[in-house]
Write a new protein. Structure first.
Length: 115
């Protein structure tokens, strides 16, 4: 597993930290998530998506369905990536963002990983 890049987005005091990794197994996904959860104990959501050959997975981590993990997986597919993990860690800022802004925030944090 290799970290490739990081990103940051803030909307209405919610902070979104994006991470892009090159991976080869689902075990690596679990290891990376465990490490990020130890480093970000006050974060509320750890949303992720990955593709390893024919395996595609996403996790919304209690965000509304389709607003978080799906945009990350869509980005992986659009860029035709393989052996790739995107994680966005969200620190809740106290204001609900609504489905539209929430989805845009996750998508922006993920897109910035490729700049």
């Amino acid at each position: 597993m290799k970290e490739i890049s990081k990103s940051f987005v803030e909307n209405k005091k919610s902070k979104f930290y994006g991470y892009l990794y090159s991976i080869t197994s689902e075990d690596e996904v679990n290891t990376i998530l465990s490490e990020l959860k130890k480093e970000n104990k006050k974060a509320k959501h750890f949303v992720y998506a990955y593709k390893i050959r024919t395996i595609e997975r996403k996790n919304e981590d209690k965000e509304p369905s389709g607003t978080a993990g799906m945009p990350l997986l869509d980005l992986i597919k659009v860029k035709n990536l393989d052996n790739t993990l995107i994680i966005v860690v969200r620190y809740f800022g106290g204001t609900l963002l609504g489905r539209g802004l929430l989805t845009r925030s996750y998508r922006e944090a993920a897109s910035k990983l490729f700049e």
